[in-house]
Design a protein. Structure first.
Length: 168
């Protein structure tokens, strides 16, 4: 497992830059999705996505500051943003991304602690709490439960809606 491998400061900076690219991706996705989601069923979540965009910007600033602290250069390139004309697909893309983000940050907390970087670990814990709230908001909008669906999936795998995870 990755968290059992020895992490270096340079390796941590590289991984934090990947996280930063994912935060940029989230900012772009939330800005776009919040404006293009149409219809009464999506008005509440569209407003929530605007709030998520601001929170993701805050996460990006925290990561950039930490990357600089560790002697690295913050990336300027986002991960690709998936789009769709279908509101449910957009929300599912966001949920998939949030699931991946939470998995990565949980790993990053362990890595920071292994290096004795406890302030970074605390910053990451705060970010995880907000990202989990994003998961809940998105899953609720999709009518499914989290974390029962999705946390064990890899990047690019969708969360199937089944009787087991569909909200009644």
């Amino acid at each position: 497992m990755a968290h059992e491998e020895k992490i270096t400061r340079e390796g941590l900076v590289e991984l934090l830059n990947e996280d930063l690219a994912r935060e940029y991706q989230a900012i772009i996705a939330y800005v776009v999705y919040s404006q293009v989601l149409k219809g009464a069923p999506y008005m509440s979540i569209a407003a929530e996505l605007e709030k998520h965009a601001a929170e993701e910007l805050s996460h990006a600033l925290i990561l950039a500051k930490q990357i600089d602290y560790f002697g690295g250069s913050p990336t300027t390139t986002p991960k690709p943003v998936r789009t769709s004309d279908k509101p449910e697909e957009m929300l599912r893309f966001d949920l998939d991304n949030e699931n991946e983000t939470v998995r990565n940050y949980r790993e990053r907390v362990r890595q920071a602690e292994a290096l004795g970087e406890y302030a970074l670990a605390e910053d990451l814990r705060d970010i995880v709490r907000q990202e989990q709230d994003h998961q809940i908001d998105l899953a609720t909008a999709l009518g499914i439960d989290v974390p029962a669906a999705g946390l064990g999936r890899r990047s690019g795998e969708s969360v199937p809606v089944t009787d087991k995870n569909k909200k009644k």
